[in-house]
Write a protein that binds this ligand. Structure first.
Ligand code: GLN
Length: 538
């Protein structure tokens, strides 16, 4: 008998930013903990082919997969919570769906038919879901946007048809909604949820489960009311209360029986959820022995979503060391313009981090922050642009290469210590053309990197166009810059370290994409440990 996969569709209503991605991945984690093989898929109803060309202010972080897809930040949550390695097949935008349909049309694959949203676009959407179903027990599909948006209609229509195609017994619909508390009335209000479910039902989708985002747990009476008005069984109306940490969610959902109901509705026989690893994280989080302060010197500080994976990676490492993390965002542009004092911002940071980024704005402020970390022996981690900045700072201030810079920011510099990669020079298009995805890197034995990874070969993800200019390698090395990691094939410099410093490391790749709460990334672990040590010293 062939195995028949099951499908969970997650939609969101009332307002955006309710955390559909986190809800979807929490469900994934719970099902995995019951021994079920899952995969996750996100549809984004916008026309860009991927978020790679969007400003972080518009879209937040771009999450990069091993195979080099630039994807939505929710995929970061999927990989952190679940035991999945995602690829370009786990995230599709409206743009990509139309792109493949139009390519087929040009090839004549529609045999003279009029190409339409229904059935051609909806078929294309459904094929992405079915494709993942071939290799897994349950596919969890998150539909981006909010029910009622014009843009998400083809996706909702496709998932409506889906249950019709494969049989309702293999499909459930979970709707994440908001039950606001109105202070003046002293009451929770269910009307927005009723309307949002009505909207779904109008397009032929009856949700099976409601996850109600709310400040406090809903009373049985409220659940009764929601159940009645929304035509959802009372046992399937859950309170998704606000939490301090997203890593509490698998425990919170499981306590209420969310995974039990899913198993029941999908008719799955499995063991009950084994949540030991989640409990361990909670225990550490709730019993910290101290707090460590990390300054993140970047340009997108008002928008924490831009550094999502980075924040999470720091939290994972601090929690593993039983520390609370005090993340302090420093706007490098303000330092650059002298609007804030560098010393004021950094004086009580136990560790300093310069993350990835693009564009010249704020770069001089970042260089100052690196100089501060190097001279004052504060643990430093530079990621991607952060590594390039560390190289520039070292060239200027240690090797006396006055005006050293990256060709990204100063084409006239006399010391282009960071240069455009050779293979990038002929590229015209902006979208999807960076050096993307996982590459192997060889580590030097005598290095901070090797002590962190305990391995001499690692694989990490990339997203950049510029690189360490090997013409300056000897000069920089003779002044004390250590090159401790190189791309296995091209020899490109991947990691730099500084001698006579407790912990100073810059890497061209993005380690933050591979950190998980129960297996924090080795570089973040080592950086946070060094920062904790620095704290104890001071
Ligand atoms: N702007 C730099 C480059 O393209 C760094 C990119 C990044 O930090 N992701 O090489």
């Amino acid at each position: 008998m062939t195995r028949k996969p099951k499908y969970i569709f997650v939609t969101g209503g009332v307002v955006s930013s309710l955390g559909k991605g986190i809800a979807a991945t929490t469900i994934g984690a719970l099902l995995e903990s019951r021994g079920i093989k899952i995969n996750l898929l996100k549809f984004d109803p916008y026309l860009n082919l991927d978020p790679g060309t969007m400003s972080p202010f518009q879209h937040g972080e771009v999450f990069v997969t091993d195979d080099g897809a630039e994807t939505d930040l929710d995929l970061g949550h999927y990989e952190r919570f679940c035991d999945v390695i995602l690829t370009k097949n786990n995230n599709f935008t409206t743009g990509q769906i139309y792109d493949s349909v139009l390519n087929k049309e040009r090839k004549g694959e529609y045999l003279g038919k009029t190409v339409q949203v229904i059935p051609h676009i909806t078929n294309e959407i459904k094929s992405k879901v079915t494709n993942l179903g071939k290799t897994t027990d349950i596919v969890i599909v998150e539909i981006g946007g909010t029910v009622g948006d014009i843009e998400s209609l083809p996706f909702l229509e496709a998932i409506r048809q889906f249950a019709y195609d494969v049989g309702k017994e293999s499909v459930i619909y979970i709707h994440l909604t908001l039950v606001p508390y109105i202070k003046a009335a002293g009451e929770f209000k269910t009307k927005p949820t009723q309307h949002s479910v009505k909207e779904l039902r109008m397009i032929g989708i009856q949700p099976d489960i409601l996850l109600c985002r709310c400040e406090k747990e809903l009373s049985p009476e409220m659940k009764d009311k929601i159940s009645l008005f929304c035509n959802v069984k009372k046992e399937a109306v859950f309170s998704a209360t606000d939490v301090e940490s997203i890593y509490e969610l698998p425990l919170l959902y499981s306590r209420q029986g969310v995974d039990e109901i899913i198993a029941k509705y999908l008719n799955i026989w499995s063991r009950s959820a084994g949540l030991q690893k989640w409990k361990k994280i909670e225990e550490n989080r709730l019993n910290p022995v101290g707090s460590v302060k990390i300054a993140i010197v970047g340009k997108y500080v008002e928008l924490k979503e831009s550094y999502k994976s980075l924040n999470e990676a720091l939290i994972h490492s601090a929690t593993a060391s039983k520390y609370e993390i005090d993340l302090c965002y420093v706007d490098s542009e303000k330092i650059e313009k002298g609007e804030v004092s560098l010393l004021e911002c950094l004086k009580d940071a136990h560790g300093i981090l310069v993350p990835g980024g693009f564009g010249v704005r704020g770069v001089e402020g970042k260089i100052k922050a690196v100089e501060y970390a190097r001279i004052n022996k504060v643990p430093f981690l530079g990621i991607c642009l952060g590594m390039q900045i560390a190289t520039i700072e070292f060239a200027r201030n240690v090797c006396e290469m006055e005006g050293a810079h990256s060709m990204e920011f100063d084409r006239m510099t006399s010391y282009p210590v960071i240069d455009l990669m050779e293979e990038q020079k002929s590229i015209q298009n902006m979208g999807g053309t960076m050096r993307l995805g996982a590459y192997n890197c060889m580590l030097e034995k005598e290095s901070l990197a090797f002590s962190a990874y305990s391995s001499d070969i690692i694989s990490e993800r990339h997203r950049h166009r510029y690189e360490f200019n090997s013409k300056y390698e000897d000069d920089l090395k003779s002044c004390g810059l250590k090159i401790t990691g190189r791309d296995k094939v091209s020899g490109l410099v991947e990691i730099v370290e500084v001698e006579d410093h407790p912990w100073f490391l810059g890497c061209q790749f993005h380690p933050e994409f591979k950190s998980k709460p129960f297996s924090p990334h080795p570089l973040f672990r080592a950086f946070v440990e060094a920062s904790i040590k620095n704290r104890e010293k001071s």
